[in-house]
Design a protein. Structure first.
Length: 479
């Protein structure tokens, strides 16, 4: 016993149903032909060709599917009457209210077994299209195939021509993928501009609660092909892959890369990449999604762009020069002593490059007292760094939120020590900020402090995160 939901799951049954409807249409032509008459011998002003296609052959719950029936009339004149009928598998819900049809066509009450029907008057030579968008129902059985059938007739020159029936088969799957790119499709790029491109394939299946097995894609391959006109970083292949043996609902694979727009790139829009997604559905069927393209619009640089590039290039050159000077100055430093103190003045750690000095407790104590006195006196100012000189050596002191770090050098300009001290203070407060905020005097809680100081003395903070700020300050001071 079959039900309404079984109506078009058999393609033969579907075709027979539409053939029956077509017979009714032909009989409705009445005066155009008599029973048993050879319709092909009647004169016809226009010769029809009929096709029916869909924009996808696999769909999951909620996926939109665009169905297009096309009637091409060749010759001259017009056909006074044309009928078109569409019958959908019950698991595909058509949006007939928003369907489009050729001028002169109107929706009419459909016969039994038909979902959408149109009657047209006076179709002339050319191509005429009916477009209906449908979607797989949210509660539909996600496995199997769905059949959609199109058929009809057209009358012209005393001849009634049958159209179809033509069928479209759509494989249904619980799996639904969304392929997207982070690049703004409305944005434009300039020649020589560096762009970041990414493509993501996300398993965004619907109605998967308690049914993860039917929503898991297997052997997923996302292949991205970058257009030849873009420059890639050295060693970056032009064809990139992202793979997953199993991709559950909510998971994704992605391909990311940087590219440079050539200086002689053609102005206008062009495909930057094309993405291809394949996977196996829960029934083991290999599924190939339609290709996904990302376009870039290259625009000619304006006068403002050219001025901005010149300014930025000059600023970068200045920063590069300043950075080079800072780097050279930092390499000339030799750090002999480092004192780490809490903001309350308590010594937390001390490192010395000289073993003899480490044994001279009196000299070390005098250095510490001098630094502590200097820090205490300098609290009246709002600055975060100070310099002092004693025993023929120079020292720089940087105050953080919770710690004070002092470095003593025997060689070089102490000015270049400041950005290194800042980098070390930033790391100390990043890894031990909570401990220092609630300091209880236990040195064992500062387990990474010694390593940070060792890195500082070894030159690990040269030209680090602080030098750009110092370069900017240098530029402001030079104005």
């Amino acid at each position: 016993m079959s039900t309404g939901n079984d109506r078009f799951r058999n393609p033969v049954r579907a075709a027979l149903a539409v053939l029956g409807i077509l017979a009714l249409v032909l009989l409705a032509a009445g005066s155009s032909a008599s029973i048993g008459e050879d319709l092909s011998t009647r004169p016809s002003a226009l010769t029809p060709e009929f096709a029916f296609v869909a924009n996808r052959t696999v769909a999951g719950r909620g996926d939109p599917i665009r169905f297009t029936a096309t009637l091409t009339l060749s010759g001259s004149g017009s056909n006074p009457q044309t009928w078109l009928n569409l019958s959908f598998d019950p698991r595909i819900v058509p949006d007939l209210a928003n369907a489009t049809a050729p001028p002169g066509c109107a929706r009419v009450a459909p016969p039994i077994g038909v979902d959408g029907a149109w009657e047209c008057d006076g179709l002339r030579a050319g191509a005429h299209a009916w477009v209906v968008t449908g979607a797989v129902g949210a509660g539909a059985d996600p496995l199997g195939t769905a059949i959609v059938v199109a058929g009809g007739a057209t009358v012209g020159g005393g001849t009634t021509w049958g159209l179809g029936p033509e069928t479209v088969t759509v494989a249904l799957s619980a799996i639904r993928f969304l392929v997207t790119s982070d690049f703004d499709p409305g944005a434009s790029v300039l020649p020589r501009e560096r762009v970041f491109l990414s493509v993501k394939a996300n398993n965004s299946s619907l109605g998967c609660e308690g049914d993860e097995a039917n929503c898991t894609a297997r052997n997923v391959v996302l292949r991205v092909v970058v257009a030849d006109w873009l420059f890639l970083d050295p060693g970056t292949p032009r064809v990139r892959y992202a793979n997953a043996s199993a991709l559950t609902n909510g998971s994704h694979v992605a391909v990311e890369f940087n590219a440079v727009v050539p200086s002689d790139a053609t102005i206008g829009s062009a495909d930057a990449l094309r993405a291809y997604l394949t996977y196996d559905d829960p029934d083991g069927r290999p599924i190939a999604y339609p290709p996904y393209a990302v376009s870039l619009t290259v625009r000619a640089p304006s006068t403002f762009d050219l001025i901005a590039v010149a300014v930025l290039t000059g600023a970068f050159a200045v920063l590069l020069t300043v950075g080079g000077l800072l780097f050279a100055g930092q390499r000339g430093l030799r750090i002999e002593e480092v004192f780490l103190m809490h903001r309350n003045g308590v010594l937390l750690d001390h490192k010395s490059r000289s073993t003899s000095l480490r044994k001279d407790e009196e000299l070390v104590a005098s250095m510490l007292v001098a630094i502590q006195d200097f820090v205490r006196d300098s609290f009246r100012t709002e600055g975060t760094l100070d310099e002092l000189r004693f025993t023929g050596r120079r020292a720089a002191i940087v105050r953080g939120k919770r710690v004070i770090l002092a470095g003593i050098i025997s060689r070089g300009d102490v000015t270049y020590l400041v950005p290194q001290l800042r980098g070390a203070v930033a790391d100390l407060e990043r890894v031990h900020g909570k401990v220092l905020e609630d300091w209880d005097g236990r040195m064992s809680r500062l387990e990474q402090a010694g390593g940070i100081i060792d890195r500082l003395m070894a030159g690990g903070y040269r030209a680090g995160r602080g030098w750009i700020g110092d370069a900017r300050a240098w530029i402001r001071g030079a104005r």
